[in-house]
Design a protein around this ligand. Structure first.
Ligand SMILES: C[S@@+](CC[C@H](N)C(=O)[O-])C[C@H]1O[C@@H](n2cnc3c(N)ncnc32)[C@H](O)[C@@H]1O
Length: 210
């Protein structure tokens, strides 16, 4: 999915224009000060907004940042202070090709499961489970499947646009609950966010190993 090199420059502008801060809020909802992760893995973090948040929120945590788009990585790197660079391992690779011996106590999948084919969604969750500490958490943020016509049209339009630039492998949202159940991940917490026409448009899950 190299489409992200094409859209990287405009991606955040588009997101803010359409959704305001909603997508950022849902990605960070469970990232509270009271958790103290030692090692975070961020997959598909995009232009680095979430990365900056994690660096500020957890000042001693080490972060591995895997994104397949060189442009997204370049833009994310620019946001990081020289001091913080030591804490980040940038990996410009597809998550399916990236390998590690490390384990993580927090893995973040921010608006990425909605990109991959069904088979790859399962593969990604299995990979995540394999590198997650026994007591660790996986946090997924994504769009929720709502019956409201406006929201269905909005999500449909996004898939149309993303498909046209080769930025997704699917045309509708995954069935998150079935996916997590099949991969034996327990939902520890979940929260929907969004108001007005965006009522409950996005959701986040904190998942643990069964
Ligand atoms: C929809 S964007 C989400 C960006 C960011 N998480 C956000 O919410 O603003 C998906 C991100 O996943 C990255 N990506 C796509 N396929 C990937 C893969 N196979 N491995 C790692 N990253 C990937 C893209 O480059 C892009 O940065």
């Amino acid at each position: 999915m190299n489409g992200y090199n094409l859209i990287a420059r405009y991606y955040l502008f588009f997101v803010k224009l359409v959704f305001g801060d909603l997508l950022f809020k849902v990605q960070t909802h469970f990232l509270t000060k009271d958790i103290d992760p030692q090692q975070i893995l961020i997959v598909g973090g995009g232009r680095g907004e979430l990365l900056s948040f994690c660096l500020n929120q957890y000042p001693t945590t080490r972060i591995t940042y895997v994104d397949s788009s060189s442009k997204m990585i370049e833009l994310s790197e620019k946001r990081v202070s020289i001091q913080d660079q030591k804490r980040i391992d940038f990996q410009c690779k597809s998550i399916f090709e990236w390998d590690t011996n490390q384990t993580f106590d927090l893995v973040l999948l921010p608006f990425v499961l909605d990109l991959f084919s069904e088979i790859k969604c399962h593969a990604l969750l299995r990979k995540t489970k394999a590198i997650l500490h026994k007591e660790g958490s996986l946090i997924v943020a994504d769009f929720s499947k709502n019956p409201a016509k406006f929201q269905k049209a909005l999500v449909g339009l996004m898939y149309l646009l993303f498909n046209s630039v080769g930025a997704t492998e699917r045309s509708k949202l995954p069935e998150f609950y079935a996916l997590f159940a099949a991969e034996q991940l327990s939902i520890f917490k979940e929260k929907k966010l969004g108001l007005g026409p965006y009522q409950d448009l996005v959701l986040t899950f904190q998942l643990t190993l069964c």
